[in-house]
Design a protein around this ligand. Sequence first.
Ligand code: GLY
Length: 469
Amino acid sequence: MQFRLFESAIYTNRRNVLQKNSLTGLIVLLGNDETGMNYKDNWYPFRQDSNFLYYFGINMASLAAVIDADSGEEIIFGNELTIEDIVWTGSLPSLVDMATAVGVSKTQPYNNIEILIRKAMASGRKIHFIPPYRTENKIKMSQWLQVAVNAIDQMVSVPLIKTIISQRSYKENCELVEMDKATIISADMHLAAMRFAKPGMKEYEVMAKVKEVAYAQNGSLSFHPIVTIHGETLHNVYSGNTIKEGQMILCDAGAANDMHYAGDLTCTFPVGKKFTSIQKEVYEIVLQAHYSSLAMLRPGVLFKDVYLNAAEKIVEGMQLLGVMKGDASEAVAAGAHAMFFQCGLGHMIGLDVHDMEDLGEPYVGYTDTLKKSTQFGMKSLRLGRALEPGFTLTVEPGIYMIPQLMDKWKNENKFTEFINYQALDKFRDFSGIRVEEDYLITETGYRLLGKKLPMSADEVEAVRAESLQ
Ligand code: GLY
C-alpha cells in the first residue's frame, strides 16, 4: 500500500458498530475526489474525507462506500486503474486489494452506486448520508437522489450524524498513538519557530520553517498556520510583516501525521530575548487561565464551565491591570470579557483539526438540552458539552486587543460598569497572546497529547535567549 492503515479488524469493528446502531436502510459514505486548484489537472493536495478514513481507511480519491444497515452488506465503489491511468500513476494497489486490507470483500465500479441507491429508493428504503461539504459530492448526491442541489442539506440523516459522533468522539488506543505522533510533530514545528525567528525577518520566513518541520517528518499541515505579529486577529493568514524587537509572534500551527490525525498548538514568544514587562503581565494572565482550565478537566465537567472559568480568570487578571472592574462573574455573565477573549476555549480534535465539524457543531459540541450561546464571544465556543473519557480536545485561552472593538464598544458606552476604557487605551497596539495544548480526557482527569513545549515566560525566554546568542 502507498498509505498506512490500522489492522483491518479496527475498521471492521467500527463498521459493525455503525451498522448495528439501529439505523435501517442504506448508509452512504463518500470519499473525496481530486480537485483542481486553477485548472482541472493541477490538484490541491489530496485530503480524504475523515469519515471515510474512519470506517474504510483508504486514502485514495474517487471512492464511495455503502453499508446496508439491514443486511450488513458492505461495498466499496471505485474504478480499477486502466492502462491509460497507469501511464501517469504507475501501478497502484488494486481496489480489491485495498478493500481486502480494510476487511471489505465486495467492490463495484463507481457508477454502480447510483443504481444501488435508485433501487433502494424505489423500494422505499431510507438513504442515510452526512452533510457533503464539497460541491462535487453535493452534486453527486443530488443526482443520485434526484433532488435539487440546494435540497441536499435538508436531507442529511441526523441519526447517522449522531451515530458517527458517538463513535468518533471516543478515541481508540490506536488513534491516540497517532495523535501523540501528530502532536509531537506539531510541538517540533513550534520549537523550530521559537528557535529560528530573528528580528528583521519576515513572518513568512518563520512560517516556512514551521511548514518544513511538518513535511520533513512525513506529515502535512492540519490547517493553514498562523505566524503573525498581529496575534489579535484570530485567523490572521497574512505573513508579510517584518518582525521587530519588542513585538511578539503568535504561532498557531499543527501537523497532520501520515495517518491524518491532527495536532493544533499555539505558542506566543517575544521577537527579542525577553517579553516587555506589560507583555509578560498579560502572558501570565493567559497562563493562569490555561492552568486553571486544566485543573477542571475531567469526566462530567461541562467544557462550557471550563470556558466560563477561563473567562473569569482573564477578567480578574485584567482587573489587576486596572482595565476591568466590578464583579468578575457578573462581567462574564454579561459578556464583557469578550473585549479580550472573543473566541472559544477549545474544540474537539482528531482526524480533523476541528474534529467532526462537517457533521455539525450542535451535534459534536452540544446536546439536545445544551445549546450553543448566541452571545458575542461565547457563541464561538465550539465545545460546551460534558467531558467524557476518550475525548481529545484543545485548550487555548487568549487575550486579544482589537482596536476596532475597543472603539466600537467605547462609542456605544458598552459595559462601562466593567471596562475602564481610559486604562485600555494603552493596549491599542498590544496585539494578542494565546497558548494552546492538546489533551485527552482520561477516567480520572486528563493527559497531555504529544510532548511539552516551553510554556512559562521563563522557559520561553530561555529558548529565545539561546537562539539569539
Ligand atoms: N488552530 C486553528 C483553529 O482552531 O481554527
